[in-house]
Design a protein around this ligand. Structure first.
Ligand code: KG4
Ligand code: ZN
Length: 336
């Protein structure tokens, strides 16, 4: 079965072709980051308009890359939600029009299910069951994944998502949008010993997390440092980035290990944009190796939003004969 996947939930237009026999055949992405940068965040109306411009050319590029034509498609999958309403509608319209015109099935996929299953596009891929650490710009959750569509939330952030904390802290430190990846690059050159920030809810019994206090702690640290040093110099900025990253990584690693212990599962899957963070990967790998546990990641290029994960999740849903509804979008939609 050859499935075309279309992702338009936020500021990335992603289109991909996944074949259930041959695997991922093509994967094209256009990021709108540069367009939104001057506004310091995603402007929904601009996002929708750009998805309209990009979706069809990206689809054509995918078909050319894979040496296929529209007639070869067996199904179309699109991101039904959650995300920006207008942006989602672009993907939903393109997908439904294509499927209607070609007389093939269309399936609306949950964006987080796409992220959650993206490590299954890697080689080697994890077997079920596994614990998933989903760390994106909008969500931070630990889940027990028993199979396709069988998801159980073990814990989640009570306020900001991990990616959101990265982005807000980056903004506070004067870094340009989108701040998360840049903050993490600066952190790599920072001194981990110079500042220590709190680890919110680290020792709480539950698997829930909280990151908004960390951002406030950075603000306090910045204010105190400015009071003693004057303007924050480059070295100090890197050291603060490092202190922030140390704190957030320790919380995510500790909670992931706790989730594995609680469920008795031996495999951890990491998905979502923050899964691209090198220090998080190193921390999880080291902790897991010591305990004989395995950690799986999506290929680095599929950590952030993309069409491949939507094509894959759609293919899995269709092979289970459980399409997630007909034409429509769901800007707010819980996975479990
Ligand atoms: O999964 P994603 O592309 O979009 C959502 O579904 O939210 O994740 C985007 C988030 C942003 O908050 C971004 O700052 C963060 O992932 N991110 C990172 C890194 N790369 C992306 N955060 C920390 N370190 C990174 N290397
Ligand atoms: Zn995402």
């Amino acid at each position: 079965m050859l499935v075309l996947g279309i992702e338009t939930s936020c500021d990335e237009t992603g289109v991909a072709l996944y074949d259930t026999e041959a695997g991922l055949l093509a994967h094209q992405l256009h990021t709108q980051m540069a367009m939104h940068a001057r506004y310091g965040g995603v402007v929904p109306e601009l996002a929708s308009r750009d998805h309209i411009r990009r979706a069809i050319p990206l689809m054509e590029a995918c078909l050319a890359e894979a040496g296929r034509t529209l007639k070869d498609l067996d199904a179309v999958a699109y991101t039904r939600g959650p995300g920006l309403g207008g942006a989602l509608l672009v993907g939903a319209s393109v997908a439904n029009a294509l499927a209607f015109g070609l007389g093939i099935p269309v399936v609306g996929v949950h964006h987080l299910e796409g992220h959650l299953l993206s490590p299954l596009l890697a080689d080697p891929k994890p077997d079920f069951p596994f614990v998933a650490l989903l760390v994106s710009g909008g969500h931070t959750q630990l889940m027990a994944v028993h199979g396709i569509g069988q998801y159980e939330i073990l814990g989640e952030t009570l306020d900001d998502a991990a990616g959101e904390a990265f982005d807000k802290t980056a903004k506070l430190l004067g870094l340009p949008y989108p701040g998360g990846p840049m903050l993490s690059r600066l952190a790599e050159e920072g001194d981990p010993q110079r500042f220590t920030l709190p680890r919110p809810m680290l020792h709480a019994d539950s698997l829930d997390m909280s990151f908004s206090g960390l951002k406030t702690a950075v603000l306090t640290l910045v204010t105190q440092t400015q009071a003693t040093l004057g303007e924050i110099d480059e070295t100090t900025r890197k050291d603060i980035c490092r202190a922030f990253q140390e704190a957030i990584v320790e919380v995510l690693v500790t909670k992931s290990l706790k989730a594995l212990r609680q469920t008795g599962m031996k495999r951890l899957v990491v998905a979502g944009g923050v899964g691209a963070n090198k220090q998080l990967r190193a921390g999880l790998d080291t902790a897991a190796a010591r305990r004989g546990l395995e950690v799986f990641y999506p290929p680095l290029s599929l950590c952030t939003d993309n069409g491949a994960m939507i094509a894959y999740a759609g293919a899995m849903r269709l092979s289970q004969r459980s399409p997630a509804g007909s034409f429509g979008v769901a800007p707010r939609w819980d996975l479990t």
